[in-house]
Design a protein around this ligand. Structure first.
Ligand code: ADP
Ligand code: MG
Length: 681
């Protein structure tokens, strides 16, 4: 079986399933094999249920003995009980409000149930157990750790399990790391690693497979970064820009004085612009430190040198905001600015692309739409990427490659330790804006329990009466029965009914069309809408100075850096601003994290503290599946592995040995073909 064949070639995949799979980014067999579980459910293989502790999850094969009469509980639910026997013990399956469940069971037949054990004075029961389908895998699954796949677009874990197992029967995965590396780091084979990650028999084996795959990712990742770095070095000749005389006029008309830190970073950038080698600079600065204006000034100088510039933002809302800011700032300077996003009509897009290619447009601001192949420039001089952690290295370099040796700036609010940025960005130079504009007030932060949520909403009403506006954010939720998280739609309905019935309130989430999102954001900016209930789509960069209250639901579900980013949406104007974190303090770590948010407004400090209590993790925002192309590895958590992989990649790149060169070129070929760092055959 060829790993590049279309998924529709898998037995049992019809057009509808194929469609759903494609929506998850699974187009061919290899994509499917690289669709790794996001988690595993470890299930005790239960010889004897009597020994199982309450709340342990089990899978049990058992025979139906009888059905008890439904009863109504005190809280008004209907309780259905079916009695089973697993060969050793009596076991009761209990379901609430699902009386029809009885139809699934026949007395005397054997079924496989999965759920949490409850042992109450010797009476063993499972509440709301799942009835596992009796497919051919079940006997194997029993002794295993069950993979949980990311659920999207009508895809279920069971479907992925089934398809992966069909494919694995037919495919042989060819080893592609050099032998000396495999031996040196005692890695298991690629074939084994892929099989085990989908079907781990025990944790030790899973660890081994994970290590191998992470190493592979980080090795390829490092090779790619080194490749880009060499590319820069080999083509050292960039454009030496002059210092435009109009810069002073621009500075005179800024609506505020730049901070010392902003001025310093601008100076660093302008010095780089003057140099004849291409600038490659990372600008780090806390939320609200004023990175946009710095980038725009850098861009202004490029444009006044007669070159074009491009600025890419991760969301349409943000791109639009930058566009507005740039339009205002550059008014009267004879600069042609255009916005290119997914929602721009085909006709206008074509027009814009024509004008870009002919050099009519000086500055183009937009989203991913900018990296499409047919976006061409006449003479691109500078590429700016905002909130760079949201883009992969490849996406950035695709943009950079639209010009010859252009200057690049990437901006981020995410504090990245210097040691790490070395591995992540090769020899990128780093500028830090370590100062907020004057007059910024500390955002007063509190955390409260779910039961006291009403206080937060009442406070919101107070703020609105004062003329202010409010954000309410809740986590994005995958279908999940166990965790009762407020999903944005439910929350909206509840709030509308109970608190904000006569207040203009809108909902905002990623699934809406860009047009609608933009309209909602604009209405909010203009003050027509008072409350926005949103997922984290508002996380990056939105600027509405009149908004003074940020309420974050299920705050424990977010990383601290993300909470800090979200909180940074308020406190952007002259009004005192507040952040209320709603979270049940289930453990000490959650309490500590909430305390940190309450006591500090300093993003770098917060990230550091988070590192300490959590021992690294998602805080740098690299974790989100596949966003930087890494599926398994986490550059922070796996820093040690990254160092080793980097070392090997360096050795390989520098080697003059023919064998090494062949290996390297083989890997380069694969990188060029795929967006992922693990690829094979
Ligand atoms: P971020 O660094 O988070 O991207 P922005 O560039 O969006 O921050 O700036 C946040 C806000 O601060 C904007 O409203 C911007 O106009 C304002 N701002 C930027 N620099 C200054 C300054 N030196 N003094 C006052 N306000 C500033
Ligand atoms: Mg910004």
């Amino acid at each position: 079986m060829d790993v590049y064949s279309d998924i529709s070639s898998i037995k049992g995949v019809g057009p509808k399933t194929a469609d759903n799979l494609r929506k998850c980014g699974i187009f061919n067999i290899m994509d499917l094999l690289l669709y790794f579980p996001r988690d595993y459910e470890s299930i005790s293989s239960c010889g004897n249920l009597k020994g199982e502790k309450t709340n342990n999850k089990v899978i049990v094969k058992c025979k139906t003995i009888r059905t008890e009469r439904d009863i109504r509980t005190k809280t008004g639910k209907i309780l259905t009980t079916i009695v089973f026997h697993d060969g050793n013990n009596i076991l009761k399956g209990k379901w609430f409000n699902q009386p029809y469940i009885k139809n699934n069971f026949r007395i005397g037949n054997t079924y496989t149930l999965m759920g949490k054990i409850e042992d109450f004075r010797g009476e063993i029961s499972i509440v709301n157990p799942k009835l596992l389908k009796d497919n051919e895998n079940i006997s194997k699954v029993e002794e295993k750790i069950i993979p949980k796949y990311p659920l999207k677009s009508g895809i279920t874990s069971n479907l992925v399990i089934k398809l992966v197992n069909i494919v694995l029967q037919d495919v042989v995965i060819v080893e592609n790391l050099p032998n000396y590396i495999i031996n040196k780091y005692k890695l298991c084979s690629l074939d084994k690693a892929i099989r085990v990650i989908h079907n781990p028999v025990n944790l030790a084996e899973l660890d081994e497979a994970t290590k191998r795959l992470k190493f592979q990712e980080l090795f390829t990742y490092s090779l790619k970064i080194l490749m880009l770095k060499n590319y820069f070095n080999e083509n050292k000749k960039g454009i030496a820009f002059g210092i435009a005389k109009e810069l002073n006029a621009l500075k005179d008309r800024l609506p505020y004085d730049l901070t010392k830190a902003q001025n310093m970073v601008i100076r660093e950038i302008l010095i780089d612009e003057k140099k004849s080698c291409p600038m490659n600079r990372l600008v780090q600065g806390d939320v609200g430190s004023g990175k946009t204006i710095v980038a725009l000034i850098a861009i202004f100088n490029i444009i006044k040198n007669g070159y074009q510039a491009v600025m890419m933002a991760p969301t349409e809302i943000l791109a639009t905001q930058h566009y507005d800011e740039a339009s205002k700032l550059f008014e009267g300077f004879d600069i042609n600015i255009k916005l290119l996003c997914g929602s721009v009509s085909q006709k206008n897009k074509q027009e814009i692309k024509k004008e870009l290619a002919s050099g009519k447009i000086d500055l183009i601001i937009g989203t991913h739409a900018l990296i499409e192949d047919d976006v061409e420039f006449e003479n691109l001089g500078m590429v700016v990427t905002d909130e760079q952690h949201r883009f992969g290295v490849m996406q950035r370099s695709r943009l950079t490659n639209k010009g010859a040796n252009v200057d690049t700036i990437v901006m981020t609010a995410t504090p990245i330790p210097r040691t790490l940025s070395l591995y992540l960005y090769g020899d990128l130079n780093v500028s830090i804006i370590d100062e907020l504009p004057p007059g910024r007030q500390k955002i007063e932060t509190q955390y409260i329990k779910q039961d006291f949520k009403y206080k937060a909403y009442n406070f919101a009403l107070d703020e609105i009466r004062k003329g202010r506006q409010v954000y309410i954010v809740c986590p994005l939720v995958e279908e999940n029965e166990e965790l009762k998280l407020s999903s944005v739609e439910n929350l909206y309905i509840e709030l509308k009914e109970k608190y904000f019935s006569d207040i203009s309130m809108e909902i905002l989430h990623g699934k809406m069309s860009p047009k609608l999102k933009e309209k909602i954001m604009n209405d909010f900016k203009e003050g027509k809408t008072k409350v926005i209930v949103s997922t984290t789509v508002i996380e990056v960069g939105i600027n509405v100075p009149n908004a003074t209250l940020m309420i974050i639901e299920n705050a424990e579900r977010f990383g601290l850096a993300q909470l800090h980013q979200l909180r940074g949406r308020v406190g952007r104007g002259k009004y005192k601003s507040y952040c209320i974190l709603i979270s049940d303090i289930k453990n000490d770590i959650i309490r500590k994290r909430m305390e940190i948010m309450k006591s500090s407004n300093d993003g770098f400090f917060i990230a550091e503290q988070d590192l300490k209590i959590r021992g690294a993790g998602e805080i740098f925002g690299f974790r989100q599946h596949g966003e930087n192309g890494l599926i398994l590895a986490d550059v922070v958590q796996d820093i040690n592995l990254l160092k080793l992989a980097n070392l090997e990649a360096k050795r390989l790149t520098e080697s003059k040995d023919e064998k090494d060169i062949n290996i390297k070129n083989g890997i380069y070929d694969k990188i060029a073909k795929s967006t992922k760092y693990i690829c094979f055959n």
